[in-house]
Design a protein around this ligand. Structure first.
Ligand code: UD1
Ligand code: CA
Length: 462
């Protein structure tokens, strides 16, 4: 492919989003808008990438740290034409083509960008713009063609006559310009329009007036052209992407009981014959194995579930790994670098943080296990608590293989319970328990014979 420069416009505030966050950092299906544009253009291998930032520029730059691009500050933001003017020192000395993209048109595909470049290079006009036809073109710039069907100019919605507003062919905000031609007209833009802005779109009309050729490529899929201006478009595209993802999963062999209420981030993979019940959320970074069953109201974020895992209702799992055939929930909370072993069981109202739970170990009810290293075949009785925090720092609890911890015990860390040991129910364990021993750490039971009868009699007498 020939060389070209990439320029992405991302300085706008996104006034219509009514947000403190710059528009291009708003998330769509878990990914910031600007990253969609970068991901679509990266495979084309631009010779350099320029990104115009302005509103909350530092936030955008730090979100894109590591992206090999040059940032140009646009303050204040006086329009798309103004953005390209400010970037001019970085592109004017180059030869050839500049591809200009909007940071707020996320679904544009690599395929379409490749076609517009190829069309542009084949037909060699001064500019090729990408248009599409929309049933409801409200808000977009309209492509005005003459009687021969050639593009004359682009008119913005707010400047358009009633007749022009009837045009359904819109400007997507994506263009290939010949740098030598863009240089000639970019300085001539005027802000004498309804929005008082320098419109990049006016360069199309200016080139025509110089008798330059303007090309247009129509984008087949109008969804690729949708620009995000308000939270309404954001929700619309979210629904489109979600629908595609769910459909793809079903085609790959995942059962989705209610597609309308199942949310799966785009990067999540799910194995065959896994069943997702209604209201399941599988968030970014998650990998779900085959034959898993994920029951209603479960949220899984940045976690791995191996095969045959069952997650019962209303559980939250984040940054954890669940090994095969384990069962979690209902109402379990697993977080931060937790690993649950094969065939282990974490039951209702159990919270596990930064802990490793061995194979076939059970914590079936009402426990907090934090900073714990728990071996295989361990039984954690109901109400067991690892007291891992002394108000200043966190301490580890180690429970070796085949230990039995009786119900309602507190394990005051740092503490180790060695292999095969038993902890009697209701114990407060603050010293290590040796292998094969029984630890009882509670006060002795006292029986007062006939106490209740005597009390009854005293009360009766008055
Ligand atoms: C723009 C086009 C319109 C097109 C639509 C497609 C102009 C004048 N209009 O309108 O023809 O149909 O996109 O989505 O170009 N930006 C800057 N600096 C600025 C202003 C905007 O970098 O001073 C960036 C924004 O961050 C955004 C992009 O340029 O990523 C488009 O700006 P926006 O204000 O959304 O333009 P539209 O009104 O949508
Ligand atoms: Ca826009």
């Amino acid at each position: 492919m020939k060389q070209f420069i990439l320029l992405i416009l991302a300085a706008g505030k996104g006034t219509r989003l009514k947000s403190g966050l710059p528009k291009v950092l708003h998330h769509l299906a878990g990914k910031p808008l600007i990253e969609y544009v970068l991901d679509a253009s990266r495979p084309l291998g631009p010779s350099s990438t320029l990104i115009v930032v302005g509103y909350e520029a530092e936030a955008v730059k730090s979100a894109l740290a590591g992206v090999p691009a040059q940032f140009i500050d646009q303050v204040p933001q006086l329009g798309t034409g103004h953005a390209v003017q400010l970037a001019k020192p970085h592109w004017e000395s180059h030869r050839g083509t500049i591809l200009i993209l909007s940071g707020d048109v996320p679904l544009i595909s690599t395929h379409t960008l490749k076609s517009i470049l190829e069309t542009h290079w084949k037909t060699r006009p001064s500019v090729t713009l990408l248009s599409t036809f929309l049933e409801d073109p409200t808000g977009y710039g309209r492509v005005v063609r003459n009687s021969r069907g050639d593009v004359e100019r682009v008119v913005e919605q707010k400047d358009a006559s009633v007749q022009e507003q009837g045009l359904k062919e819109i400007n997507t905000g994506i263009y290939c310009f010949e740098i030598a031609d863009l240089v000639q007209v970019i300085g001539e833009l005027s802000a004498a329009n309804a929005q008082g802005e320098y419109y990049l779109t006016d360069s199309v009309g200016l080139l025509r007036r110089r008798n330059k050729r303007v090309g247009v490529m129509v984008c087949e899929d109008p969804l690729e052209a949708i620009g995000i201006n308000s939270r309404i478009e954001l929700a619309q595209l979210e629904q489109v992407l979600r629908g595609r993802k769910i459909k793809q999963l079903m085609l790959e062999g995942v059962t989705i009981v209610d597609p309308a209420s199942t949310y799966v981030a785009l990067d999540v993979r799910v194995g065959r014959d896994t069943v997702l019940y209604p209201n399941v959320f599988l968030e970014k970074g998650s990998l779900i194995g085959s034959r898993c069953q994920i029951y209603p109201n479960v949220r899984i974020s940045n976690s791995v579930l191996e095969d045959n895992v069952i997650v019962l209702d209303s559980s939250l799992i984040s940054e954890s790994r669940i090994q095969s055939s384990a069962q979690i929930g209902p109402f379990a909370h697993l977080r931060r670098h937790t690993v649950i072993g094969k065939e282990a069981r974490i039951g209702n109202f159990v919270e596990v943080k930064k802990s490793e739970i061995g194979d076939k170990t059970k914590a079936a009810h009402l426990s907090y296990l934090g900073d714990a290293q728990i071996g295989q075949g361990v039984n954690i009785g109901a109400g067991t608590i690892t007291c891992n925090y002394d108000g200043v720092s966190k301490h580890p609890t180690v429970i070796e293989d085949h230990v039995f911890v009786g119900s309602d015990s507190q394990l005051i860390a740092p503490v180790t319970i060695h292999r095969n040991a038993y902890v009697a129910a209701g114990s407060s364990i603050c010293e290590d328990v040796p292998e094969d021993s029984l630890a009882i750490a509670r006060s002795r039971q006292v029986i007062k014979e006939n106490w209740a009868r005597k009390r009854r009699e005293t009360r009766r007498k008055g």
